[in-house]
Design a protein around this ligand. Structure first.
Ligand SMILES: [Mn+2]
Length: 343
């Protein structure tokens, strides 16, 4: 992954202005990469004397509660004191981390559009970023935004600027976005970065345990239910899907983040090349897509579900019923296969 020297210098100049008021934003349903990269970047900026507020549209999953500094993240949805709106209105710089379009902020996007004076900087690894940023670090070849933030810190200050605390935060995103170092873009540079974080004193077993072995009983039982009762295979067993209605989620005391990993599980079946998860929300159905190898779910999500993401991990939304959404998926998969996209 090659960072642009020109962009690095522009970032350096921007941050050289004294005492900037900075807001770091990340996406709806923030995950380990969103929160980890935001908090680590906030630490760096505070170290330079800037005032930093981290904002996410809605709550992060409970298994990230242990992350150092997470209590300072402002959750826009439950921010009754208007801290988020005030920080955005007063901001000199807005950093957008781990998403590629302001629309991904959903309930927070209007608030962002209201401030037209702040410099907007994108730091992200999703495909096809939107226009409208003043400075863009868009690296779809980075396995996580945390790794990208690591590279930015290294380019700006050298790795001596990385503390153990930052290391723990950055490792969370590197680990979760790569499926514990099992997906694509596992470059030598990434493992060199991990080596540096280990040198800083991070405990990989502790972080792994805190993130992956911290679920509720309800989540474990919901997982069993989803796999046993709700997983369907189509296209001669090469494509899977699963759906959860609100009533089913309630039955297992569903909490934000509980369905993470479900969509990946179908890909543990040898023949399965593509997997989808349909999760009912009050106003729409959220779709997660995963694939193996050359099957491009970013393309699929763009074409059929108004979404996007990465080649092997993407998402979208549907505003019709669960039945209609699934019918649309099954038809779309057939068309996708007929066009030769399933190999
Ligand atoms: Mn990410």
């Amino acid at each position: 992954m090659e960072l642009s020297k020109v962009h690095i210098e522009r970032l350096r100049e921007l941050l050289a202005r004294p005492a900037q008021r900075i807001v770091i934003l990340s996406h709806t349903n923030p995950d380990g990469d969103a929160v980890g990269s935001s908090l680590a970047w906030a630490e760096v900026l505070r170290g330079m004397g800037h005032t930093v507020t981290c904002i996410v549209p809605n709550k992060y999953p409970y298994f990230l509660d242990w992350m150092p500094g997470i209590e300072e993240v402002v959750v826009f949805k439950t921010d009754t004191e208007g801290r988020a709106a005030r920080a955005v209105a007063e901001a000199d710089i807005l950093f957008c981390l781990d998403f590629n379009a302001v629309s991904r902020l959903e309930i927070l996007s209007e608030t962002i559009q209201a401030n037209t004076t702040a410099v907007r900087v994108l730091i992200d690894h999703h495909l096809s970023p939107d226009e409208g940023f003043d400075l863009i670090f868009s690296h779809p070849d980075s396995s996580s935004t945390c790794f990208l933030v690591y590279c930015l810190i290294e380019a700006l200050f050298g790795t001596q600027a990385i503390t153990r605390r930052m290391g723990e935060l950055l490792y969370v995103g590197m680990m979760t976005d790569t499926g514990n170092f099992a997906f694509s873009f596992l470059t030598p540079e990434l493992f060199r970065a991990v080596a540096v974080l280990v040198e800083k004193g991070i405990s990989i077993p502790d972080i792994h345990n805190s993130v992956y072995n911290a679920y509720t009983e309800g989540r474990a039982r919901l997982f069993g239910y989803a796999i046993n009762r709700k997983m369907e295979l189509i296209q001669d067993g090469t494509v899977a899907y699963m759906s959860l209605l609100e009533s089913e989620m309630r039955r297992f005391q569903f909490q934000q983040g509980d369905s993470e990993g479900f969509v990946n599980y179908a890909l543990t079946i040898k023949k399965v090349k593509m997997s989808a998860m349909f999760l009912a929300h009050r106003k729409f159905i959220r779709i997660s897509l995963r694939s193996r190898g050359n099957v491009d779910v970013n393309l699929f999500a763009r074409k059929y579900f108004n979404g996007g993401g990465h080649k092997n991990a993407a998402g979208g939304k549907s505003f019709v019923s669960m039945r209609e959404t699934i019918d649309h998926y099954v038809r779309s998969v057939a068309e996708f296969a007929a066009e030769g996209h399933l190999g």
